[in-house]
Design a protein around this ligand. Sequence first.
Ligand SMILES: O=C(O)CCC(=O)C(=O)O
Ligand SMILES: [Fe+2]
Length: 326
Amino acid sequence: MDPIKTLDFGNWVSGSDEERQSFAKDLHDELVAVGFVKLCNHGLSNECIDNLFQKTRQFFELPPEEKQKIAYIPGPTLQRGWSTVGSEKSATLDSPENISHDNLEDAKQHFDCGAAEDVKFPNKWPDAHVLPGFQESVEEYFDKCQELGLRTMEALEMGFNQPQDSLLSRFKSHASQFRLNHYPALPVQRLTDGLTNRLWPHADYGVLTFLVQDSVGGLQIWDNINQSGFLPIPCNSRYEIIVNAGGTLQRWTNDFLKAGLHRVVMPDTNQKDGVVPERFSLAFFLHTARSTSAGPLPSFVDKDHPALYDEITTFEFERRRTEQTY
Ligand SMILES: O=C(O)CCC(=O)C(=O)O
Ligand SMILES: [Fe+2]
């Protein structure tokens, strides 16, 4: 059974008042209880998703020298361009405290970008003649996810009984980010030695994440209801979108809603001749304007629920988290 419930986004976009209210309530309830929901009828066409998976594969198949031209140099800047296998250390994020992180590896490479109009942290693209259509495909997908993200926030605002536009107005300008993930094929033994994961347990930093995964498997989410451990998430269709709550939403709600903890490990099936096949995923992180508060919203703080988080900007929150991983 799939631990994540699927909601029909069509009910929000074009449903009756009753259907819209019920969508907003389900979205709220599932995010609070589980930390994750899946969306169908989300408006991203199968062609758009297929096209981006194909372009993503082409990007990671480029020779390392080409990718190196747009490598992310860790420093006082946001992640843009290519990060090589193992460069990001996700074990430092939310893995149990009692393990030593120093020799724990991520078996993953990725490509990051922000909005086309983000002049403060400009994107890095491979040359168009090396990878024709890549930039256009990524930008088109980015814009569609941003739109989907805003509409989902609108529903969540209703689900939370927040005044209309009070949350949505925080996204008028935005610092959303998009990541293409590639987990190379590797021997089963590498993923079972306890030192390597495709992606270690972590919660994302933004408000909401919109994730599309291929059918290889290995994604797991923390069982927030029974606290029993990690639960495998099947890919019923590569066109479904998994939505999870990020750290900013956890801060805003003063822990009323916990960011969904997840990881990518060896798939239950799908190994062949001792090798785990390669895997791709597309992760869109919905972020607010950078100057927005990442402190708890007033309606989640009272004398029984004192503020658990300091009053910093969402940008500062992201910077702190990114710094941890390199
Ligand atoms: O590959 C996946 O399914 C998850 C990716 C992810 O969690 C991330 O990029 O933050
Ligand atoms: Fe994630």
